[in-house]
Design a binder for this molecule. Structure first.
Ligand code: FES
Ligand SMILES: [Fe+2]
Length: 440
């Protein structure tokens, strides 16, 4: 059976409390995700601080689409399809840089302004201008029209039609707000580089895992559990290392994660850590509260820092950790291959120790060399292989399912609920089929 032009068949892959294995292993489904899901949703592109000056750019992908995010001469951030209108070459080849006032294609040196407009062609007189004017190429590099800069987080929607940015994200933007508000100056900067980690699994396994609160005490027993046991043998009075402080909550008992809470929002977004989180008990950083109180006043400063959000999923493919200032981007490469990028931020105006804590967390948990990351990668790889088994066809997400869920968004529930996973898969079915045509 083909899923192409068959939205009914695609929707049938998502049931209230289980999803079909084809979501993870089927090549045609992957192609449909690239064509529809990643075009119909607002997808994260990058952070404004990566391109502070006019001409600064990064290259990245939206689904399978190569794009350039660039600071235009008018200081706004633009997103261009990374494709020369002449013969199709990807104009920008580096992951980041400064292109000056224009991009120059490496094949025949056509040049383009940083908003994509065609600037010049060598030996221009060889083109009858009236004919070139009728060609698509005269329009230059294609800009993405729907780009939104939200507090320096840049998102875009490739399809011209669809939900507005506000409709799509709604209340979920409060997580980005809280992360930015944690800076006494209300500003974040990407800092400390990026950790890239290739995973041999479908991208949705990683998204699913971010709110899977029943796995840490099992899958991470060998890594975080060992770190804690070694620490327990340390001589009395040894100061607790930052690394142990970060590892230890991973092996908290089920009751801890139950009490943490989960909340879901419309369109596949949601977060863990409503009442408590694995980041809540870190020791305080000297000078930070004072800087926050000076910036926001006593009451507001405490309110900002009391927010214990753990992992927030911005559907389809990022996870934001406000209290530790990280963003993870799950880039789909193939049905069984995903590039995971883990980005870290400096809270502008806050003590350097906070960035140090952020970077340590990222290295400990998200780096390709992380012992915790390997635990997860191992089970993803085994899932990717196991799902080819003909023994069973469905993946289960029934934990604490309630039939009234669809009407009850924005409500905190038991933190071991798989409600957010169900929320993601429902959104997956909706946005993957939203622009599909029914077979004639
Ligand atoms: S392909 Fe870009 S200038 Fe020819
Ligand atoms: Fe994990």
């Amino acid at each position: 059976m083909s899923y192409r032009n068959n939205p009914t068949a695609v929707q049938a892959l998502v049931r209230p409390a289980e999803v079909h294995k084809d979501l993870f292993i089927d090549e045609e489904i992957f192609a449909l995700e690239m064509e529809h899901l990643f075009a119909n949703t607002w997808v994260y592109v990058g952070h404004g601080s990566q391109v502070p000056n006019a001409g600064d750019f990064i290259t990245t992908t939206i689904g399978d689409q190569p794009v350039i995010m660039v600071r235009h001469t008018d200081k706004t951030v633009r997103v261009l399809h990374n494709r020369c209108p002449h013969k199709g070459v990807m104009v920008a080849g580096d992951t980041c840089g400064n292109t000056g006032k224009f991009f120059r294609c490496p094949y025949h040196a056509w040049t383009f302004k940083t908003d994509g407009a065609l600037l010049s062609i060598p030996l221009k007189k060889g083109y009858d201008s009236a004919v070139l004017q009728q060609c698509e190429a005269s329009h230059g590099m294609a800009p993405v029209e729907n780009v939104r800069d939200y507090r320096d987080f840049i998102f875009c929607r490739l399809n011209p039609e669809g939900l507005s940015f506000e409709e799509f994200f709604g209340e979920s933007l409060s997580t980005i707000d809280n992360m930015v508000d944690r800076s006494p100056e209300g500003r974040l900067e990407v800092a400390g580089g990026v950790l890239r980690y290739l995973h041999d699994c479908n991208w949705k396994m990683l998204v699913d895992n971010q709110t899977d609160t029943c796995h840490p005490m099992v899958a991470h027993e060998s890594s975080a559990g060992t770190a804690v046991r070694v620490w327990e043998d340390a001589p009395e009075g040894t100061p607790k290392p930052m690394a142990v402080e970060q590892f230890a909550p991973f092996i908290s008992p089920y009751e801890f994660f139950e009490g943490m809470g989960i909340r879901v929002w419309e369109n596949g977004h949601g977060h863990t850590g409503v009442h408590n989180s694995i980041h809540a008990a870190y020791s305080s950083v000297p000078g930070y509260m004072e800087a926050m109180v000076a910036a926001y006043g006593e009451e507001r400063a405490h309110q900002i820092l009391a927010d214990t959000r753990h992992n927030t999923i911005y559907f389809p493919n990022i996870m934001v950790k406000g209290p530790i200032q990280t963003l993870r981007l799950f880039k789909p490469l193939a049905a069984n291959r995903t590039l995971v990028e883990s980005w870290t931020f400096r809270l502008v105006g806050a003590p350097d120790l906070l960035l140090e804590r952020t970077l340590m967390y990222n290295r400990l948990i998200n780096a390709p060399t992380s012992v915790v990351g390997h635990d997860d990668h191992e089970v993803y790889q085994r899932s990717q292989r196991g799902l080819h088994s003909r023994g069973r066809d469905w993946v289960n997400v029934a934990r604490l399912y309630e039939p009234t869920e669809p009407e009850r968004k924005n409500e905190a529930v038991n933190g071991t609920s798989e409600w957010q996973m169900r929320n993601q898969y429902q959104a997956w079915a909706r946005f993957t089929t939203a622009s599909m045509k029914e077979h004639a």
